[in-house]
Structure formats: structure tokens, C-alpha cells
Design a protein around this ligand. Structure first.
Ligand SMILES: Cc1cc2nc3c(=O)[nH]c(=O)nc-3n(C[C@H](O)[C@H](O)[C@H](O)COP(=O)(O)OP(=O)(O)OC[C@H]3O[C@@H](n4cnc5c(N)ncnc54)[C@H](O)[C@@H]3O)c2cc1C
Length: 321
């Protein structure tokens, strides 16, 4: 199965989820090509090659500086035809899902969106999708060709850099008209570190329940010291301690940071589904039997109201020395 992976760019640089889509495609097939669209994307194209794509199609043009669904969909359809690929895989970002849905509709091939995992059987994608608020994990296939799927960010490991030279194929932008003029895109100024991009996450759970305000202040302070994002369990979200956008897990965000610190989280399977691929897991829990300790690299048995501030002071000391 030849898979074409869409490498999404932002300001010329590839977005992280695209390398994960490439990594998943390489795990599924020996015949993987990529398509990079944007302006000033030569480095992203070279990186796609060095991360193991056999061929890199590049559309590098001022008209493609900002994502436009009409123009990008026309480009993808043209390159799918040129490459003869059997399938398209993109990261399930806002742009990736719009693009794959538009192309899937135009080609009548359908789309398996937001896959937590993917396999190939008989030349077709089998996509694992979370349905009904995570109550069911369904394996979904689509009849149409080329096969189309999007992969949830952080659901796979990024393609590793091998340093292989890239076979770069420069392609002219497709002849298409944009129906909408996008003048500029500004990132929202939230002042927060995005959960899915964070290298370090400090998460709080129902263990803060005795004093949720104080508990999440301590979590926030440790996160600020470590330049980390703040996560939470669903129990903490459902109790109203913290908004849903911080939820990690099967019905929240899937994360894969270098360091995940779980404070007062028991380690239910639905929480683990969102974080157990983290490189190093530290668990703080007063119950030594809590299941979170079975996935933790380091466990601290004790009261988070004492341990988190102590950890924060120790980290401050280390980071300022
Ligand atoms: C369909 C479905 C989807 C779900 N999706 C998600 C999801 O996306 N994410 C998610 O997180 N959950 C999800 N859940 C819920 C999940 O099953 C658990 O209920 C939830 O993860 C529990 O959160 P918790 O660990 O914070 O709370 P608890 O399980 O109540 O654990 C609290 C922990 O804190 C410890 N503790 C208490 N006080 C202290 C203290 N002072 N210091 C240190 N430790 C302390 C306790 O020993 C305990 O281990 C889902 C459930 C279902 C059915």
C-alpha cells in the first residue's frame, strides 16, 4: 500500500503531528511518500526526506503561505493522482481534518477521522476510533479509494531522523480558486503552554478534593517552575476544579511528554490511555496501592499538599543554581 502523508506547515515549519503521521505510515508500509505545502518550506521538505520518506512532493508558493481549504485540497488531489498513492494520511489537527474531509468528499472515498490507532488489512485502513464519549472503541473501515485517514496528535511516535538524502519533487500549485480570502492568522494569546505540545506536564486529580483551589494552585506553581503545561483527570474536571481543556485521557487529550507528574490521580485505565506513553512518569499518591504506581517510573507515597510544594522548592533551587 503506497501511503502519501500530508506534512502540514505553519510559518514554513512542519507541525509535530505530521511527523507522527509519517511515523505511523512507515510502521504500516514500506512505500511512503510525503507532500509538503506552504511557503518557504524547503527545510521542512528536506526534513521529511531525512525522516525516511522515499519521495517528497513540495508545493512552495506564496499563494500557499496560509492554509486555504480550496487551494490545498486541489493540491492534494493533484499529487495523489501524480503519485498513484493508495492512501492519504494526515494529522488530525484543525487543518488536517478539514483537508482530508474535503478531499475524501471530492473523491467519494470517505474518511476515517481522528484515529487512535491504524492498521492495514487487505489494502484498507482499519482505524480505531473513540465513540460515544469514549465508551466504545470501534474499528472502522471505509470502502472508497484512495483510503483516507487522520491520526490523533500524540497517538503515535514521530518518524525518526535517519539523515537519508531526500528525493524532492517540486510541484506547481494546482490551478484552483480560493473562495475565501484569508488575510492573516493570529495565535490566541492564552499565556498557557499547550497540553499536546508540552514537554513536561503536571496534572492534578481528585486527590486535591480536600482543598481543590489550593491543590491546583500548587499544581500551577510547580508547572510554572518547570515551564510545564497543566493537566487533569476527568474526576477533577467533572468536579469543576479545572476546565475540560486540561483533561488528559481517553475522552480528553492524548499526551506524550518527556515528563508527566501525576498528583493525586489514581491511574484509571481511561486516564492511562491518555498519558502512559510519556517518557518518564512520576506519581504522587497517598495510597501506595494506587494503580498509577504500576506505570510510574518514580513513585512518591504521601500527601500531595506536602510533596508538591517541596518538589517545587527543590526544582526552583536546581533550576536557579
Ligand atoms: C467512558 C469513560 C471515559 C473516561 N475518560 C477519562 C479521561 O479522559 N480522563 C480521566 O482522567 N478519566 C476518565 N474517566 C474516568 C476514570 O475512570 C476515573 O474515574 C478518573 O480518571 C479518576 O480520576 P482521579 O484519579 O483524579 O480520581 P480518583 O480515582 O478518585 O483518585 C484520586 C486519587 O488521589 C489520591 N489522593 C487522595 N488524596 C490525596 C492526597 N492528599 N495526596 C495524594 N494523593 C491523594 C487517592 O489515593 C486516589 O488514588 C473516564 C471514564 C469513563 C467511564
Amino acid at each position: 500500500m503506497k501511503i502519501l502523508v500530508f506534512i502540514e506547515t505553519d510559518g514554513g515549519a512542519a507541525v509535530a503531528g505530521s511527523w507522527e503521521a509519517l511515523g505511523k505510515a512507515q510502521a504500516l508500509s514500506d512505500d511512503v511518500e510525503t507532500l509538503v505545502i506552504g511557503e518557504g518550506v524547503a527545510d521542512a521538505a528536506a526534513e521529511a526526506g531525512s525522516r525516511g520518506a522515499a519521495k517528497v512532493y513540495v508545493i512552495d508558493d506564496a499563494s500557499r503561505a496560509l492554509f486555504d481549504i480550496d487551494l490545498y485540497a486541489a493540491d492534494v488531489k493533484a499529487v495523489l493522482a501524480q503519485s498513484g498513492a493508495d492512501a492519504l494520511l494526515a494529522s488530525h489537527t484543525g487543518n488536517g481534518r478539514d483537508l482530508a474531509a474535503a478531499v475524501g468528499y471530492d473523491l467519494g472515498s470517505g474518511l476515517i477521522a481522528d484515529c487512535l490507532d491504524l492498521s492495514v488489512d487487505g489494502g484498507k485502513f482499519n482505524g480505531v476510533r473513540s465513540l460515544y464519549s469514549g465508551n466504545i472503541l470501534a474499528t472502522v473501515t471505509a470502502e472508497g479509494f484512495p483510503q483516507m485517514a487522520t491520526l490523533r496528535p500524540r497517538a503515535a511516535s514521530a518518524a525518526e531522523a535517519t539523515g537519508a538524502p531526500a528525493d524532492i519533487v517540486t510541484v506547481a500549485p494546482a490551478d484552483a480558486t480560493a473562495r475565501v480570502e484569508i488575510q492573516k492568522v493570529e495565535p490566541a494569546e492564552t499565556g498557557e503552554i499547550s497540553l499536546t505540545d508540552a514537554n513536561i506536564i503536571v496534572s492534578g486529580g481528585r486527590g486535591v478534593a480536600n482543598d481543590p483551589k489550593k491543590g491546583f494552585e500548587l499544581v500551577d506553581e510547580l508547572a510554572a517552575t518547570l515551564a510545564a503545561a497543566v493537566g487533569a483527570s476527568r474526576a477533577a474536571v467533572d468536579a469543576g476544579f479545572i476546565p475540560y481543556k486540561h483533561q488528559v485521557g481517553q475522552t480528553g487529550k492524548v499526551v506524550r511528554p518527556d515528563l508527566y507528574i501525576a498528583c493525586g490521580i489514581s491511574g484509571a485505565v481511561q486516564h492511562l490511555a491518555g498519558m502512559n506513553s510519556s517518557k518518564v512518569i512520576v506519581a504522587i499518591n497517598k495510597d501506595s496501592e494506587a494503580p498509577i504506581f504500576s506505570v510510574a517510573n518514580y513513585g512518591i507515597v504521601g500527601d500531595l499538599f506536602e510533596i508538591v510544594p517541596a518538589l517545587n522548592e527543590a526544582a526552583k533551587g536546581k533550576l536557579t543554581n
